[in-house]
Write a protein that binds this ligand. Sequence first.
Ligand code: NAP
Length: 471
Amino acid sequence: MSQIAEIMQQTQAAFEVYSKTTPAQRAGFLQHIAEAIEAKREQLVAKAHEETHLPLPRLNNEITRTTGQLKMFAAYITEGSWVAAAIDNLPGKPDTRKMLVPIGPVVVFGASNFPFAFSTAGGDTASALASGSTVVVKGHSAHAGTSLLVNDAIQEAIRLSGMPEHTLQHVLGPGNSTGKELVLHAYTTGVGFTGSFSGGTALMRYAAEREKPIPVFAEMSSINPVVLLPDTLTQNAAALAKKLAGSITLGMGQFCTNPGLLLGIEGPGLEEFLSKLGEEITQVTGQPMLHEGIYSNYKENLSSKSSHIAYRGSGEPTPAIATVSAAEFLNNPHLREEVFGPFSLLVVCADKAGLKNTLQSIKGQLTATIMGTDKDLVENTDIIALQTSLAGRVIINDVPTGVEVNSSMVHGGPFPATSDARFTSVGTSAIQRWVRPVCFQGFPDALLPEELQNANPRGIWRTVNNEWKNS
Ligand code: NAP
């Protein structure tokens, strides 16, 4: 038996026990993971810094975000109403009761750009464990040491909280052999991924070709269009340029929400904005990227766009702003692809019709932003509607980088931003990816899950014959 087959058998056996744990037990386990990570904070930050070159304050914040996510899910499942329980038991009708149950073992691919928050104990893992699914993590080679240390913290939490030994397992190895075998294994029921378009779509293909296809929740590529409306350009060009330059170069542009596409209507306001953005960008010096592959992709992307580059910063990777007309943008699909790094492309449109055409040519996005004064916003509800049709998160007068972790967040969007626009990988709703609804018909009360029993022992909100009740 291969090592992966053995791991999958163990995770399946663990699932049979773990899926029956109470929400309180799972919440305690998530809390223990958060505490074990916190106890190793210094060691984790140092290792991640060595492996990813990310600055120490950023890594410290990311640990806080990661432990915060774990605690958020602990509170969410403790409250319990998320299972969407519904009871229908009208006289003369069958007694049917529905709730969400965990799908089974889940494979999580660690992301290169978030060694904590989207990796071993990140949002995919936290939401899957909260749901009652077991997890096999395929660590990212760019921060394998960090991933192993986080795994140690999780294993400690497994022991402390008395969870089955193989509730979470960690493997390292090449994506196209180890990763592929994990996705293809019969016991795998779902996949979480953050990374490249080619990687995400490869996993989607493996999953679809299985004898029993499974869902892949892949977050892949997004250029996050920012529309700059005319009145705000006239009034706020310099402030907008400063704010956007900060967002474009934050973390060397290695965020999936990096504003990689700016759009505006030609005129003195847009010219002033571009020149101020140029001033800002030329002052930024490149810092080492996450790994050699990402850096060489960036250099290649930049050189293929060299004829369009208007401003460059210094150092390597070189931050850059390119500019093209809407006609050039529409004729060259290559310009619509993600450039992962400190880069943004400004599309200069001749008029509002050109702006609308350009937006209509863009594929699905994680975010879409509109910068505008009150006057702009009132006059451009059609642009706001277009942006809303493109993305999972629509932002007015702020930058897309910085993703809040809460119940209203949507970190998702139409393909190719993600593989399934109905879901989010950040926030409490991320748990929805790892569950399926089951209807229990004609069950005696004692055989029902507590969430569906007549006495409602968990006191959760549920519908009883379409009426909301928590008693
Ligand atoms: P990646 O190449 O997609 O790799 C992510 C994970 O998927 C790794 O574990 C990788 O394994 C695995 N993988 C890749 N191709 C696979 C395949 N065909 N079959 C099975 N597994 C596969 O992403 P990355 O290393 O993070 O960065 C590469 C590029 O991805 C960047 O330059 C950037 O363009 C993009 N990226 C985008 C985002 C975003 O959020 N939009 C985030 C990070 C990166 P191996 O390590 O063995 O290849």
